[in-house]
Design a binder for this molecule. Structure first.
Ligand code: BEZ
Length: 220
């Protein structure tokens, strides 16, 4: 077998809509299993390295949205290929410099077990550090969204909250979120699947551009 194929074999691509693999990991809050959080949404995110500038701004920003995530039944979990001692020292430094307590567990993935399981290592960016991933995992442990950012661009916390709101709203009301949707905006009614449904669609009281693009308001 070719060397490249062997490497590919070790890193199965996670696919949206599939159950994520469970794992046990050492974190700054002790040992956790992903399945400990079944019944909650999980935002699992990786950062390339402790004590680096962009990651530090991201950690402060993730800590600042944690309360909003908790309100939405979301558990935030961080990860990097650093030791628990490094995580603890960095978290203490963040508290000292920014006055911000990091409220979520951070996985110390020194053996890259979780990073490889979730495809967080992109050798074109770095062979030894995880890229900036965000995995949105639903209460049944299904992977619902993935975001990948490179080493040199920090993520947008408003977009992460928007993604959670959009996924939860889509599930609750069986609708879809249009481009740039935010809570309070109209949502998209799933398009008709048959000719008969298409013919009825324009008489159903929705705001339609055409039979395949109709929006509705949600209850306040
Ligand atoms: C940073 O967080 O600033 C960073 C981390 C890894 C590589 C480059 C930048």
């Amino acid at each position: 077998m070719e060397e490249k194929e062997k490497v590919e074999e070790k890193k199965p691509l996670l696919r949206l809509g599939e159950t994520v693999p469970d794992f046990e990991a050492v974190t700054t809050h002790g040992k956790i299993r992903l399945s400990d959080f079944k019944g909650k949404w999980v935002i699992l995110f990786s950062h390339p390295a402790d004590f680096t500038p962009v990651c530090t701004t991201e950690f402060v920003a993730f800590a600042q949205i944690n309360d909003e995530l908790v309100k939405r039944n979301v558990k935030l979990i961080g990860l990097s290929i650093d030791s628990t001692f490094s995580h603890i020292a960095w978290i203490r430094k963040i508290k000292e410099k920014f006055g911000i307590k990091i409220p979520f567990p951070v996985i110390a993935d020194l053996d890259m077990k979780v990073s490889n399981l979730f495809g967080m290592i992109h050798p074109g960016e770095s062979a030894t550090a995880a890229v900036r991933c965000v995995f949105a995992i639903d209460p049944e442990m299904k992977l619902r969204a993935m975001i990948y950012y490179p080493l040199n661009v920090g993520r947008n916390m408003k977009e992460i909250l928007r993604l959670v709101d959009a996924l939860q709203t889509a599930d609750k009301y069986k609708v879809a979120a249009p481009a740039n949707w935010k809570p309070g905006d109209d949502v998209i009614v799933p398009p008709p699947k048959t000719q008969e449904e298409a013919e009825k669609r324009l008489q159903e009281g929705y705001e339609c551009v055409d039979w395949f693009l109709c929006k509705k308001k949600l209850p306040p």
